[in-house]
Design a protein around this ligand. Structure first.
Ligand SMILES: Cc1cc2nc3c(=O)[nH]c(=O)nc-3n(C[C@H](O)[C@H](O)[C@H](O)COP(=O)(O)OP(=O)(O)OC[C@H]3O[C@@H](n4cnc5c(N)ncnc54)[C@H](O)[C@@H]3O)c2cc1C
Ligand SMILES: NC(=O)c1ccc[n+]([C@@H]2O[C@H](COP(=O)([O-])OP(=O)(O)OC[C@H]3O[C@@H](n4cnc5c(N)ncnc54)[C@H](O)[C@@H]3O)[C@@H](O)[C@H]2O)c1
Length: 446
């Protein structure tokens, strides 16, 4: 059995960044990745970057098949760059194979040339997450079932697409496929559309999706799925009535669960949390010393930038003062990449009310921003909540063009605990969406 200083299982965002960091300090690192098609991990190959590329192409009116070809080229380049970023380091070995634990600090890797065994001084688990497919009769075996991965590999645009799940992927793919010209219906078992958001925002997002041709059916229970000829019939219950809908393809973005199956955890003292994720403390330690878990596999918010932040926490422990933890990440902004993008940080108005916060609410429509006229896109609104006593920002929802950029400025202001007047009185370039803060923050509406 070969002894290695560091083993990273899975070529994910946090793991690859950590591998590079350790290698640049002369440490030996073995990175095990189960598929050469996944060098660089989920984000660059099958998630964030390809989906945002297709969303951009759809908005530009590019033909679907051409957009898919362009996406494939982009991903190939990114994957190659990611592979070399690690493989070209003197002290890094990228090994193709499926890793599983044989003991607390030992792994076996199934490779094309047989089983290879390693003992790691430190082991980092970065195996990501995989789609949930609800156990609905006929769904798993449908010839027309798509995951977000296979939806981005289709040779031609489906005419009728049904999407089961109106969460992040559901929304982004609904808008994208509708913009490419598909007829899209979203089915979700949750009673409320965008339940986390304020009602005014959720209503506006729903209206804009509907204008794009997306049908949204909430509070429905999918009962069965049957293939008929080339198509698929979905039977669901809505208001106690059984309904059917026919689809050419059925995309199922119903959440993603951590990849822990077949990892051999039963051979270790690594415990799982109740949600099936690897149990970690605030330093990302598993229940076995010198074994950490990074990214989606450890549960919590599933974002590439969280996996990257996990790297910072481990770096802080190994080469810093050890103060970084999951508990001091600070505010974590989010963006749903629809048109216009929906971005959020801190509390919504609804959450602030539940928490009993004393806040001032600032609100304005995108239509009042000069840049909106330039962009010929007046859809959306901006909301910001400020603590009445401290005058610091406690939350913002920006449903506006370029919100995925300016939300980061709000997050920074929150992190630095700046008084909101700094954003209000800042000199902004013109015409921009960010200059809307000059007007937004003049007068509270409550
Ligand atoms: C369609 C889609 C769009 C998304 N869009 C965004 C977005 O816009 N912004 C955002 O921040 N997040 C987005 N996400 C979420 C984001 O992709 C994930 O949170 C992130 O990629 C998780 O990274 P990770 O570090 O946990 O590991 P991953 O990048 O998932 O890497 C895990 C790796 O481990 C490998 N692996 C698994 N098991 C083994 C094993 N036993 N042996 C060896 N290798 C193994 C896998 O092949 C994989 O390469 C999106 C997700 C999806 C599905
Ligand atoms: N822009 C981004 O940052 C981005 C984009 C895409 C994905 N992601 C990440 O990927 C994760 C996974 O995305 P997702 O969209 O699969 O999950 P999600 O949790 O965002 O949404 C899942 C949706 O499926 C619904 N659902 C679950 N089971 C169902 C059933 N049986 N019938 C009908 N509806 C059902 C849920 O009510 C929910 O609305 C997200 O949580 C997010 O962290 C991020």
């Amino acid at each position: 059995m070969q002894k290695v200083q560091n083993i990273v299982i899975g070529f994910g965002k946090g793991g690859k960044t950590l591998a590079k960091f350790l290698a640049q300090r002369g440490e030996e690192v073995l990175v095990v990745e189960r598929s050469p098609q996944m060098y660089g991990g989920t984000c660059i190959n099958i998630a964030c970057l390809p989906s945002k590329r297709l969303i951009t192409e759809a908005a530009r009116g590019t033909d679907f098949a051409a957009a898919i070809q362009g996406k494939i080229q982009m991903v190939n380049q990114l994957r190659d760059k990611n592979y070399h970023m690690l493989a070209d380091e003197k002290t890094v070995t990228v090994l193709d194979g499926i890793a599983h634990f044989t003991g607390n600090h030992t792994i076996a890797v199934k490779t094309a040339s047989g089983l290879k065994e390693f003992e790691g001084e430190r082991i980092f688990i970065n195996t990501g997450a995989t789609p949930n497919i609800p156990t609905i009769p006929g769904l798993k075996d449908s010839q027309n079932l798509l995951t977000s991965t296979t939806a981005m590999e289709l040779p031609k645009l489906p005419k009728k697409l049904v999407i089961v799940g109106a969460g992040y992927i559901g929304l982004e793919f609904a808008a994208m496929f509708a913009s490419f010209g598909a007829h899209v219906t979203m089915l979700d078992h949750h009673a409320t559309f965008l339940a986390r958001e304020d009602d005014d925002v959720a209503t506006m997002v729903a209206e804009n999706l509907q204008k794009l041709g997306v049908e949204i059916k909430m509070d429905v229970a999918l009962k069965k799925v049957q293939d008929q000829d080339q198509q698929t019939i979905l039977t669901y219950e809505e208001n106690n009535h059984e309904q059917t809908i026919t689809a050419d393809k059925v995309l199922v973005p119903a959440g993603r669960h951590p990849v822990t199956e077949k990892l051999g955890l039963e051979n270790t003292d690594i415990q799982l949390a109740s949600d099936g994720a690897i149990k970690v403390d605030s330093h990302l330690h598993t229940t076995v010393p010198n074994v950490w878990a990074i990214g989606d596999v450890k549960g919590g918010p599933q974002f590439t930038y969280i996996s990257l932040d996990d790297f910072r926490i481990i770096k802080s422990e190994l080469y810093g003062d050890g103060t970084r933890q999951t508990t001091n990440r600070g505010v974590v902004p989010t963006s749903v990449f629809i048109e216009p993008p929906l971005s959020q940080v801190g509390l919504t108005e609804k959450q602030a009310q539940v928490a009993g916060k004393h806040y001032e609410l600032f609100k304005m429509p995108v239509a009042a921003i000069p840049k909106a006229k330039v962009l010929k896109d007046k859809r959306g609104m901006l909301k910001m909540l400020v603590d009445r006593d401290t005058k610091t920002i406690i939350g913002a929802t920006i449903y506006a063009p370029e919100s995925h950029e300016i939300i980061n400025m709000v997050a920074l202001a929150m992190r630095a605990q700046l008084p909101y007047m700094m954003l209000r009185d800042q000199i902004y370039t013109h015409p921009t969406i960010s200059e809307a803060f000059n007007d937004l923050l003049k007068n509270p509406v409550n």
